[in-house]
Design a protein around this ligand. Structure first.
Ligand code: FAD
Length: 480
């Protein structure tokens, strides 16, 4: 009997345990992806859908090169699988696990249903370095502090990645079965009118081959110096692998072991750089551990005392933040980069998130939702965990009273204003000393740079000192 491989956020051939196991059985293998436009759980945002579409197309092409094909079906996963299994008389279904609460519930139900009908269901870890339920404190509780989590994690061995699957007897979905499914809506090719993905296409190539090339580039060009440079906004200092990791175009295990291989060959990257990069992968594991143990991570404060936070309902301010029109250049440049390319540097994410939550005193969930809609790497674990971390409501979070000054952050991590000028062309002729605080330039200097504050670029929507005091007062009110 044929086997079904159900692809989800593991859109690759290499290091894909579910695909590998199915291929090893020698039976015909039919590859499916099920788009679930309605139903339980969070729907991917627009930018992540764009990434998903490209990744599915790339995976289909990769499978076709090996004599296979990816069938993209739509509907509630349980129903679609049930019909597919019946129509092709499948003997087994293989998939790699997901960890979002709704996805887990669906998978548990599907597994039980399949087994009740005599169909084997096999699930694997294709996404994480270590399963979230395997790391807990001596009392059996999940770790709430990253340092302790990381120490426990480091006691483990990370499984080596699998190669591309062995020769596989791929089979198409029989015509008779295919007729039961329609091509999914909500997963169209690239947008046309308006074509909001122009800059995204220029910035990114989606799919497994592009992910592996991105990894190779990072190892060759940017790993050396990563520990010292990774906070700089004005150059490419990080891997930009996050969307590939999110869609599973590459796996965390591949990254982990690619670093080890470099270190063993004594290549340019120092141990410190490799360790720092591993630590970041560790934060991803920690976020998934939080998601696993706290299913409503994107809805509820991990620290319940934050429920009483007197958030402002500042719709105009929220709009200015989203559009990159706050009057703080580093914030605005980052928000416009996000809108154009679907990605933002980690330091910039921290700056804009802090600005929203502390300077504007707007609920972190508003920002989380905007990131969810606009990030190509919008991730059910990393996004809410990081927002809660910045807001101070999360596990092991940055203390709320530590409030970034957007001017000094800009001056420190984009000293010449290169990043700001790239995304805010209206400030392009302003000299470096003023680029992060244009309102301090004289009217002559502004005029020489072609800037009319309030017209060509906004005045700051809040004063840093006043906003800081307001945020601290709000935070103190929680404690009294
Ligand atoms: P690199 O520095 O090259 O790191 C390599 C990988 O490690 C990343 O791809 C990512 O998977 C992981 N990583 C790095 N930093 C972190 C971190 N702080 N927390 C968890 N994992 C990390 N990351 C997402 O993948 N999706 C999100 O939706 C997301 N939302 C965020 C929201 C906020 C408010 C903040 C502050 C951070 C968010 N991050 C998110 C984490 C981090 O900013 C991105 O993973 C990183 O910027 C991606 O760029 P990179 O691949 O070049 O990172």
């Amino acid at each position: 009997k044929p086997a079904i491989v159900w692809f989800r956020d593991d859109l690759r051939l290499r290091d894909n345990p579910a695909l590998h196991a199915a291929c090893q059985t020698g039976v015909p293998v039919i590859c499916l992806y099920i788009h679930e436009p309605t139903g339980e759980g969070r729907r991917p945002g627009g930018a992540a859908l764009w990434w998903l579409h490209g990744s599915l197309a790339a995976l289909d092409a990769d499978l076709r090169a090996r004599g296979g094909q990816l069938h993209v079906l739509a509907g509630a996963a349980g129903e679609v699988l049930k019909t597919a299994v019946d129509k092709i008389d499948a003997g087994a279904v293989y998939w790699n696990r997901r960890y979002d609460p709704a996805g887990r519930d669906i998978d548990t139900q599907i597994k039980a249903d399949l087994r009740a009908r005599g169909v084997d269901a096999h699930s694997f870890n294709g996404s994480l370095l270590s399963e979230p339920w395997t790391i807990s404190s001596q009392s059996g509780e999940p770790y709430r502090v990253f340092g302790a989590f990381w120490r426990a994690f480091q006691q483990r061995t990370v499984e080596p990645p699998l190669p591309a699957p062995p020769a596989c007897a791929f089979a198409p979905l029989p015509e008779e079965a295919a007729q039961h499914f329609s091509y999914p809506t909500g997963l169209e090719p690239d947008p046309q009118r308006p074509d909001w993905a122009v800059a995204m296409r220029a910035d990114w190539t989606r799919g497994e081959a592009a992910g592996l090339a991105c990894l190779q580039d990072f190892l060759d060009e940017d790993l050396a110096g990563y520990a010292d440079n990774r906070d700089r906004l004005d150059a490419r200092t990080t891997s930009r692998l996050s969307p590939y990791l999110h869609a599973g175009n590459v796996s965390a295990r591949q990254l982990w072991h690619a670093l080890s291989a470099r270190q063993h060959r004594g290549m340019a990257a120092g141990d410190r750089d490799a360790e720092k990069f591993r630590l970041e992968l560790g934060w991803r594991e920690f976020s998934y551990s939080l998601l696993y143990h706290c299913p409503s991570l994107h809805e509820r404060n991990l620290q319940p005392d934050f429920d009483a936070m007197p958030w402002r309902r500042g719709h105009e301010d929220l709009g200015a933040w989203k559009k990159g029109m706050t009057g703080y250049p580093v914030v605005d440049a980052a928000m416009r980069q996000l809108w154009a390319t679907g990605w933002m540097h980690n330091r910039a994410r921290m700056i804009v998130a802090s600005f929203l939550v502390k300077h504007l005193l707007i609920d972190w969930r508003e920002g989380e939702r905007w990131f969810w809609e606009t990030l190509v790497d919008a991730d059910p674990a990393n996004n809410p965990a990081s927002w809660q971390w910045v807001a101070g409501s999360g596990a092991d979070a940055a203390p709320y009273f530590r409030i970034f000054n957007p001017v000094t952050q800009g001056e420190k991590f984009d000293p010449d204003g290169t990043f700001v000028k790239r995304w805010l062309p209206e400030l392009g002729r302003l000299a470096a000393p003023f680029i992060h605080r244009p309102w301090t330039a004289s009217s002559t200097q502004l005029a020489a740079a072609g800037i009319h504050l309030g017209k060509t670029y906004p005045f700051p929507i809040v004063d840093h000192k006043i906003a800081r005091e307001r945020a601290l007062a709000a935070w103190r009110s929680l404690r009294s």
